[in-house]
Design a protein around this ligand. Sequence first.
Ligand code: NAD
Length: 477
Amino acid sequence: MQFNYIANAAVPSLSGKTIAVVNPSDGQVFDEIQRSTAHDIDVAVRRARDCLELVWCRLSAAERGRLLMRLSVKVAGHAEELALIEQRDCGKPTRQARADALALARYFEFYAGACDKLHGDTIPYLDGYSVMTWREPHGVTGHIIPWNYPMQIFGRSVGAALAAGNVCVVKPSEDACLSLLRVAELATEAGFPAGALNIVTGYGHEVGDALARHPGIDHISFTGSPGIGTLIQQVAAERHCPVSLALGGKSPQIVFADADLDAAIPAIVNAIVQNAGQTCSAGSRLLVAEAIYEPLLARLGEAFENLRVGPAAMDLDMGPLIRQSQQQRVWDFLSDAHVDGIPMVAQGQIVDEAPEGGFYQAPTLLCDVPPGHRLMQEEIFGPVLCAMSFRDEEQAVELANATRFGLAAGIWTRDGALQFRMARRVKSGQVFINNYGADGGVELPFGGVKSSGHGREKGLEALHGFTTLKTVAVRHG
Ligand code: NAD
């Protein structure tokens, strides 16, 4: 049984209710988390506020940095343990779960070093004045986190918020709490004062909603689906609470005729297979120059057929999807493809060892998908790559921008001028040229445009989002 983690202690929800935790690799229940309510959020926010006003605000930036660095070392030292927890909870193959744990350690390391380098400016002004800006923390920040990369998203948002001088109340996804509850214990071991980092588990419409509405929350960082992002922004608007939204994507991989296909093919496959396609920045639309459309699809088809899917512990190319409803969602999209006569180029294999009850889906390559079809417009959030061809640069730009999303884009060409023209014209928060994802570096600001959200996380840029700027003008004559 897992408990909430509030003010350095494991505490049951006041509701007395729990939610079953299911292993996606076999569909079996193996643990329980607390089904918390608004009361538990209220307790966590009060304890966070006490910590902020009595302890946290008195720490120097360098002392905060040392705490974050100690937590980074703790997380790195427990990376294998955290990876195994994540593997069982979220169905991540071992290498991906381990990479997430190490990325979490890296986020804390990066933001530890940033604590005492965050400062304002002085502004030349009228004679007789001295003017400066101070970067101040919002106060108590609320963090609502999805299930697809719990550790990484926790690291990038909570790491930056703490570094900027805030204290945090975190609501993880009901499908992915266990690793974060363990990290909160590690924070206590690292010396965090009670109340600086609090985790309350439960359903989004209950406890997530309560967190977003709580008047003691000074900033909300939401990562999740566009629909819930809209609700969060509406709720926050009622009390003018600042919000950052990191939402979905339908990101294009744009392959020109002169591209280095030996480099592009593994990257295109990885960008849709990683985490079973349940990645906000998955490269889920493949736009290919007519001249190489057929040969590229043939090579990609071969690569897809070689992909193996199985239990997370087997550490194959792909594990299961997170839950049965996600599996059903992918099946619904594939059934639409079938009904609408969209050709399937290739599928990977689910291995015989995969238990019956697991939520498996073979990676699937579809071609000639019409640009207006919902397969090309909506986030499937599964291992389905939809391909179509383009005539020329103009049409490539038009198709790349023809969804409501704008999270990431991959551009594959050896032509330097074309690389820059495309990077300028594609509407998205990130553009990757002759790579996809740039190994996910924590240093690189990340976020979306259009329905992919607003605000930036990761990198030093995130610190600006977790602070507010105060202008101080002194008249001294
Ligand atoms: P989701 O929107 O269903 O849930 C996200 C979080 O919001 C969960 O903790 C959930 O419990 C909570 N929630 C649900 N209803 C709520 C409500 N009414 N009020 C407050 N909180 C509520 O998303 P998901 O299915 O967990 O995650 C997948 C989505 O997240 C995809 O759209 C994906 O693209 C997106 N995502 C975006 C990024 C990014 O950086 N842009 C990163 C990861 C995931």
